[in-house]
Design a protein. Structure first.
Length: 241
């Protein structure tokens, strides 16, 4: 499944995409993990890039992403949890990312507009991530009004480590963003990211999420195809009729 910006509104509303977070997989054998994730009918690979400054962890960079690009044709959904994303955008574009999300907390109107233009020039989908306690900034509202945002990642944990508990208090914010998207007939998709499993995926989909990031709930299961299938089936129950 690909993200089609020109899809009809009803089609986008019913779209569910499962994006396993490879950070929760076996990091000693990432190419194998990416290949078995693709074989298990995932829609994307979610790439948590953390620099040790924005969040208290260090994961991997553009070179690793570029190496993994040779292992799969799946959509690469790069989530840049880094303090200075503008310094590294081209590296991740060149590495083969299809979606690149930067954090609202490290942007202002000018830096984000520059990033947006560079992503569009590189034919990469534009994403913005919001920490659980971050409100939508005015510059993001302006970009949304132009229908220039492809993904809004509403974090349900604080960035840093996999395996954290889902924070349910983000659901009203997710609903508000969903209503804004519907009211203005925007093509933006909401991504749910952080502690998502079969117990809460219904709730985040009901709140408007259509891209489901799941780490431990996929890779802690010996049968990841079964885990992905169960997430998808439970998510579809939450899609509005």
């Amino acid at each position: 499944m690909i993200i089609n910006s020109n899809a009809k509104s009803d089609d986008r509303k019913r779209m569910i995409m499962i994006a396993p977070s490879i950070l929760a997989a076996d990091l000693s054998n990432l190419c194998y993990e990416v290949k078995r994730t693709e074989a298990s009918n995932a829609d994307m690979i979610h790439l948590d890039v953390i620099d040790g400054h924005f969040a208290p962890n260090i994961t991997f960079g553009a070179d690793t992403v570029k190496a993994l690009r040779r292992c799969t044709s799946l959509i690469f959904d790069a989530h840049l949890m880094i303090s200075e994303p503008s310094r590294y955008i081209e590296r991740f574009i060149d590495a083969g990312c299809d979606i690149i999300s930067v954090h609202a907390e490290v942007c202002n109107a000018d830096t984000f507009r520059e990033i947006l233009n560079r992503l569009k020039k590189g034919s990469v989908k534009v994403g913005v991530a919001l920490n659980p306690d971050t409100s939508i900034p005015y510059w993001l509202m302006e970009a949304m009004s132009e229908d220039a945002i492809d993904i809004i990642n509403i974090m349900s944990v604080y960035p840093g480590f996999s395996g954290q508990r889902f924070i349910p208090s983000i659901l009203p914010k997710m609903k508000d963003v969903h209503e804004l998207i519907k009211a203005n007939n925007l093509h933006t998709l909401i991504e749910a990211d952080g502690g998502i499993d079969h117990n809460n995926v219904y709730d985040v989909v009901r709140a408007g999420a259509r891209i489901i990031v799941a780490g431990n709930s996929v890779y802690s299961n010996n049968d990841i195809a079964h885990a992905i299938r169960m997430l998808r089936e439970r998510a579809f129950r939450g899609v509005e009729s």
